[in-house]
Write a protein that binds this ligand. Structure first.
Ligand code: NDP
Length: 500
């Protein structure tokens, strides 16, 4: 992290508690998406780097200093790490804003809650326990214990690297595993810093390793490594499918948090002013680069025009510009291809018959020249169009009217995804009814984008497999062992029949 070539920071891998240069000797550039300035060069990880990192994690896993550490002490390390993140919050927030263009004000908010994730799993560490099972033979003691798996490979995307890595790292460590992280090539800096802070917090060298590089190289090498006991992945559905297949072929588990095309539904009885803010938050926050983006908006025909008016009015006044500026509301897209993809989808939508009500153009971000794109609302769309079916991952909302509850349930569920859904209504019965009828792992009523380390989340359908956050996720990072102890010294009777 401290080496410098021509004034540009050079980032190395973090392996076994050390800063390690890439085996292949190559580095790749990472720029600031708002200003297009070169941010740093990062180590281009390849198979030998991944192998070295997995070995370091295996050694740390087997080391009595980690393996035999009491669960309470493991929790204390997680608490230390949460505290250190608080101390370094501003540094981390700025670093991530420079990496992916996320608003500094949003990053400050994320950094205010990130320590809570570590603190939550700190508290949970000494509550991981088994059960005593009352089998029919009272002389036999049967109990279960939850054991760590070994080395967890964590592969994370660029849109919220710190938070999404924490969702894996904190429970994996809480359960006693060691970890190798492969962050997105676009966002290496904060994850490397996080691994340094983990060392400072007291985690042994090798407990947290980071190999930077490209998905097709370092990522693929990690997925293919035989030393992994588990893969935890957040990213696109296409990559997730390949990772699930690779994990299944080796009989190791995978937790997958994938894409979405989430419906945000506004009923006639909703507080339309609040619903409009919820729609704006759902699709324009983080420039729409969130897996939970409320990209399909369904409004009851009686409030359709009013909602559109409110949303487009607010979209038109969104301040686009420098993500470091506290007043900015919409920063750039994270990299050039991402903006091309978004622009391409809007063009495609128009060809399919959609009308751009507002936005639909690139922006220079107030002269900064980065990868900015205007907040965009598409109308005259329906479920048959690709802009309504496919994840755009940008600030583009497709807004459609509906007439009945049954109709909107069918439309909302008519998607391969099932990550999240929003419902805006003041009818309590309808709220509960919709919560159970929508095929999504998270349903928000009269709110959107709410998240907590305590609340489990899971993608349904092509949006994922397995649970993140909450107590439930500990199951993803442990295996269950059943132990049978015969407490009696009575002669063992018939050896040819099963005992219980
Ligand atoms: P990708 O699937 O392309 O990449 C995700 C991660 O996987 C990156 O670290 C990437 O590395 C790596 N990767 C890419 N190819 C491989 C491979 N063959 N083997 C191993 N690793 C690989 O997704 P994006 O980066 O484009 O992220 C956006 C996607 O993530 C969206 O579809 C979004 O919905 C989803 N997402 C889901 C969330 C959830 O919780 N459900 C949250 C946030 C995003 P590199 O970047 O270097 O290519």
């Amino acid at each position: 992290m401290n080496d410098v070539i021509s004034g540009v920071p050079q980032l190395e891998h973090h392996i076994g508690g050390q800063s390690v240069p890439p085996a292949g000797g190559e580095y790749f550039d990472s720029d600031n998406p708002a200003t297009l300035e070169l941010n740093y060069r990062a180590a281009r990880g390849t198979s030998p780097d991944v192998d070295r990192a997995v070995r370091a994690a295996q050694e740390a896993f087997a080391d009595p200093r980690w393996r035999d550490l009491s669960q309470t002490r493991r929790g204390r390390l997680l608490r230390n790490l949460g505290d250190l993140i608080s101390e370094h919050a501003e540094e981390l927030a700025r670093m991530e804003t420079r990496d992916n263009g996320k608003l500094l004000r949003e990053m400050r908010g994320q950094l205010a809650t990130l320590p809570e994730y570590f603190h939550y799993y700190a508290g949970l560490a000494d509550k991981i326990q088994g059960e005593v099972i009352p089998t029919s033979d009272r002389r036999v003691l049967n109990y279960t214990q939850r054991e760590p798996l070994g080395v967890v490979g964590a592969i994370t995307p660029w849109n919220s690297p710190l938070t999404l890595t924490t969702s894996k790292l904190a429970p994996a460590l809480c359960a006693g595993n060691t970890v190798v992280v492969k962050p997105s090539e676009h966002t290496s800096a904060t994850i490397l810093r996080l691994s340094e802070l983990a060392l400072e917090a007291g985690f042994p060298a090798g407990a947290v390793n980071v190999v930077t590089g490209f998905g097709s190289e370092a990522g693929q090498a990690l997925v293919d490594h035989r030393g992994l006991a588990k893969i935890s992945f957040t990213g696109s559905t296409a990559t997730g499918a390949r990772i699930a297949a690779a994990a299944a072929s080796r009989f190791i588990g995978s937790t997958l948090e994938l894409g979405g095309k989430s419906p945000n539904i506004v009923f006639a009885d909703a507080n339309v002013a609040n619903a409009a803010m919820g729609v704006v938050a759902g699709i324009f926050a983080a420039a729409g680069q969130t897996c939970i983006a409320g990209s399909r908006v369904f409004a009851h025909r009686s409030v359709y025009e009013e909602l559109l008016e409110r949303v487009t009015e607010r979209a038109g006044t969104i301040r686009i510009g420098d993500p470091m500026d506290e007043l900015t509301e919409l920063g750039p897209l994270a990299f050039a291809d991402q903006r091309e993809k978004v622009a391409g989808y809007v063009e495609l939508g128009e060809k399919e018959g959609a009308r751009v009500l507002t936005g639909g153009r690139q922006s220079d971000g107030g002269g900064l020249g980065g990868y900015f794109y205007e907040p965009t609302v598409l109308v005259d769309v329906d479920n048959s169009m690709r802009v309504v079916r496919e994840e755009i991952f940008g600030p583009v909302a497709a807004v459609m009217p509906f007439d009945t509850e049954d109709e909107v349930v069918a439309l909302a569920n008519d998607t391969e995804y099932g990550l999240a859904a929003g419902v805006w209504t003041t009818d309590l019965s309808r709220a509960h009814r919709m919560a159970s009828r929508l095929e999504a792992g998270t349903v928000w009523v009269n709110t959107y984008r709410a998240m907590s380390p305590m609340s489990p989340r899971q993608g349904f359908k092509s949006s994922g497999v397995g649970v993140e956050h909450g107590q439930e996720t500990i199951r993803e990072y442990t295996r269950l062992k059943s132990v049978w102890i015969n407490t009696s010294q009575e002669p063992l009777a018939d050896p040819f029949t099963m005992r219980s």
